[in-house]
Design a protein around this ligand. Structure first.
Ligand SMILES: *Cc1c(COP(=O)(O)O)cnc(C)c1O
Length: 428
């Protein structure tokens, strides 16, 4: 079901016309649907409830970097989500949104001492450690604070996620995690460190995965390690399979969340039964895109139509600084006209005002449009606003959350003067 649909020829977010949002808040504006976010989170939560052996046998840690607006985090927290963070800043956001640090896991290859101290002072659930030097640093920082750090090792299972090279993370040549062959020795090192508690194992093999076969392959490799560790007396309490499930941007057909979790839990439950007399292991997930991606659009207004011999351009008021995915990955986003016209469509490249040839949002789209019309760039909820920048001294877009017939402004449009308040002139 889509939460963005036409009613009387006008595209709506839930029950609010996007034309009304543009009148009230201007453009470009990110528009999120609360009902879509809720439904996407519940797809995970309900499948966990259905398949997990005990009441708290699973924890969904929403990947904050996919969309870190406080109101989004607040909603997910209310729904019972934990959080996967990749910086100290994201931890402060989770706390500001009312989230519970005891449900926070900290991923990322470059955690600073300061970030470790911040996370330890808030007693987060677990550090997803990505290297041996990080393990030593964490041990040292925790020791100096008189604390112990719970850790999981991010293992690189060396499986091919078959996705875009920039968003594939589980192959040997990626910078992420510890190599599969070195995982055992890293765990032995961790187990011997005085201020480290070995708690779990994790992986995250890539993003926008349409098929769950690579995740199930990765799961088997993690299971093998858990068994080897158990035989050495290192017993893990949780297994975190990461995020990565894809969404439909165009005509992709990603695996259904409930089906994927059903297969995953079937494998895990059978394994625990066979090897551990049914003793459970907590199962964790780190979904981002599959929760927010299709819960948001970017609303933009056509400024000019340019017709040249080779191409037609629709110059809009959103740009690569607002939505970077096309420029960065040649990502495809659907483009829908907010008000439908009966005139004959023409083929356009939808481009922004930024001074870069890479500043395009969509190419070769058949659109019936005129200057002043509104367009919706679809599936923009994940890695949209969070990847935005101020390039060309453009203030970031506003963000709103629609809930039925209500619209909440959840981030004000940035005012250009705000952008240089931290800068100083040099006194003569
Ligand atoms: C980005 C990221 C995720 C989320 O990935 P999605 O493809 O958005 O689900 C999960 N875990 C880690 C470690 C990540 O870096």
């Amino acid at each position: 079901m889509s939460y963005f649909s036409y009613k009387n020829g006008v595209l709506h977010a839930e029950n609010v016309a996007l034309t009304a949002i543009s009148q009230q808040f201007g453009s470009p504006t990110y528009v999120y649907s609360k009902a879509a976010l809720t439904a996407n989170f519940l797809a995970y939560a309900n499948a966990c409830k259905q398949h997990s052996r005990q009441a708290d046998g699973a924890l969904i840690c929403y990947s904050v970097k996919s969309n870190s607006n406080l109101a989004v985090l607040q909603l997910l927290n209310q729904l019972g989500s934990g959080f996967d963070i990749v910086s100290g800043g994201e931890l402060l956001r989770v706390i500001a949104a009312g989230g519970d640090p005891s449900k926070v896991i900290f991923s990322g290859v470059g955690k600073s001492r300061e970030e470790m101290r911040l996370a330890l002072s808030h007693d987060i659930l677990c550090f997803n450690v990505e290297s041996v030097p990080e393990l030593h640093r964490l041990n040292e920082v925790a020791g100096a604070m008189g604390k112990r750090a719970a850790i999981s090792l991010r293992v690189n299972p060396d499986v091919d996620a078959k996705t875009h090279p920039y968003i594939s993370t589980g192959l040997k040549e990626n910078k992420f995690g510890v190599a599969y062959d070195e995982a055992l020795s890293c765990y032995r090192t961790a187990a011997a460190l005085p201020y480290i508690d070995v708690a779990g194992i994790d992986c995250h093999i890539g993003s926008q995965l349409l098929d769950d076969a690579p995740m199930l392959e990765a799961l088997d490799k993690l299971i093998e390690l858990v068994d080897q560790l158990a035989s050495e007396g290192i017993h893990l309490h949780h297994l975190d399979i990461g995020g990565g499930i894809g969404i439909t941007y165009d005509d992709e057909q990603p695996v259904v969340i409930g089906d994927y979790l059903g297969r995953l839990f079937a494998r895990i439950n059978a394994w625990r039964e066979e090897k551990y007399q049914g003793a459970p292991i907590k199962v964790m997930f780190e979904p981002g895109r599959s929760i927010v991606g299709n819960a948001g659009i970017l609303l933009t207004e056509v400024q000019y139509l340019k017709h040249s011999e080779a191409k037609n351009f629709a110059v809009v008021d959103a740009a690569m600084n607002d939505l970077m995915r096309p420029a960065l990955y040649e990502a495809w986003h659907g483009v829908q006209t907010v008000s439908q016209r009966s005139t004959a469509p023409q083929v356009y490249d939808v481009v922004g005002p930024v001074c870069e040839s890479g500043d395009w949002l969509a190419r070769c789209r058949s659109l019936a449009i005129e200057a002043g019309d509104l367009l919706a760039l679809m599936s923009a909820g994940a890695y949209g606003m969070t990847m935005s920048s101020n390039y060309n001294t453009r203030g970031r877009a506003a963000e709103v959350m629609v809930d039925g017939t209500q619209v909440h402004l959840i981030r004000q449009r940035e005012n250009p003067a705000d952008l240089f308040t931290l800068e100083s002139l040099i006194s003569p």
